[in-house]
Design a protein around this ligand. Structure first.
Ligand code: TRP
Length: 372
């Protein structure tokens, strides 16, 4: 299947090196990691393992930072369903950045995006998901004093004028070639990218001075920010920098992106019970183990194609030494698929237990996070 990666669709076997070339992003190299480490003291495992593997203008961002020109963070979520592990992976890293660099975070909830792009979705449904999704973001522990939620329909009075300034500099042929739109695409969708551009410079508008922006996101959002970067200098603002991650795969196999559209059983949701998690991993997580016990003991498993192992690598086992032990033990045939899955199930359930508790507490905090 041919590879297709847009903000609305990820299809085929993803070749990340090809994406780097196509999108024109920079691979994160050792010298950049060293540079980040000088400020953070340690490197998050998602950096060490190149889960965050690419970016734009990161050296520029650090130049500015070292001159005392501090950046803010910007990321977002378009409410259209329940939150799953694939969504929170980059947010966990975003929180680490916020903690290490003590930055403001602008979190956008474009509650019109999926309404415009999905035929069957109503605004009422989106509003329910909006509330539900905000709880998951808050539950991750972002600093309420430094985190500001922007909700497109609620903050339209603030955002629309800025979006129009962006929209005026984008013509139809630019969005056609960036997103693959056609003459049949509805005009709301055509306008949408200008709304997603706004949080990248809104803090500069509000403060009346230019502030660098860093956007952590999964690589499929890059087309929006490619356009944003073309336009913002024309409006007198900095181009936003970005740091981009791989997709957390679906349970069915290590290629592709966890997504609700693949079916409820292909994703692990933040509200899943321990029993559901156990069932999903046991039943659906693609295994790199061998067909029979004997063969597995003889030849060993393949962690590279094993979804459970990859979830440990990308999300649930931050300790490099422990991860390597698991890898070696699986490769040698000592560790069986069932045992590997048990390790993962235990880790996921511990993580979700805490999350679900924080999620309940988040109900009272929503108002504190919404930008006033
Ligand atoms: N378009 C994103 C989504 O579909 C939401 C989003 C808005 C976003 N602003 C962003 C994602 C900034 C990453 C960074 O969920």
């Amino acid at each position: 299947m041919v590879q297709k990666v847009t903000p609305w669709e990820v299809r085929g076997n993803i070749n990340y090196d090809k994406l780097i070339k196509e999108f024109g992003v920079d691979k994160i190299d050792d010298s950049l990691l060293e540079r980040i480490k000088r400020h953070t003291g340690e490197l998050h495992f998602m950096l060490r393992r190149r889960i965050f593997f690419a970016g734009r203008d990161l050296n520029w961002l650090l130049d500015e930072y070292e001159k005392g020109n501090k950046f803010f963070l910007y990321t977002g979520r378009s409410p259209s369903g329940k939150i799953h592990l694939g969504h929170v992976m980059p947010w966990i890293f975003t929180k680490w950045l916020q903690d290490k660099f003590k930055t403001e975070l602008w979190f956008q909830f474009p509650d019109e995006e999926k309404f415009l792009f999905k035929q069957e979705l109503s605004f009422e449904e989106v509003q329910n998901y909006l509330h539900d999704n905000m709880l998951d973001v808050i539950a991750l522990g972002f600093d309420p004093k430094r985190t500001h939620f922007l909700i497109d329909t609620k903050h339209a009075g603030l955002m629309y004028k800025e979006a129009c300034k962006v929209a005026k500099k984008i013509n139809f042929s630019m969005v056609k070639s960036t997103f693959g739109f056609t003459n049949q695409t509805n005009i709301g969708s055509i306008f949408y990218t200008s709304m997603q551009a706004v949080p990248a410079f809104l803090p500069s508008v509000l403060k009346g001075k230019n502030i660098p922006c860093l956007i952590p996101h999964a690589i499929d959002q890059d087309p929006h920010f490619r356009l944003t970067r073309d336009i913002l200098p024309k409006l007198g603002y900095y181009k936003p920098a970005s740091i981009q991650c791989l997709f957390l795969p679906p349970l069915s196999g290590v290629n592709g992106k966890m997504s609700s559209s693949k079916g409820e059983e292909q994703a692990i949701y933040m509200t899943d019970t321990p029993e559901v998690v156990e069932m999903k991993i046991k039943k659906y997580a693609f295994s790199g183990g061998r067909a029979t016990l004997r063969e597995h003991r003889e030849k060993g498993g393949n962690p590279d194609i094993d979804v459970s192992y990859q979830y440990l690598r990308m999300f649930f086992e931050p300790n490099d030494k422990k991860l390597e032990e698991i890898r070696q033990s699986y490769l040698s045939g000592e560790l069986l698929t069932g045992e590997l899955k048990s390790i993962l199930i235990d880790k996921i359930n511990r993580f979700l237990k805490k999350h679900q508790l924080e999620r309940k507490r988040a109900e009272d905090k929503v108002d504190k996070f919404i930008f006033k």
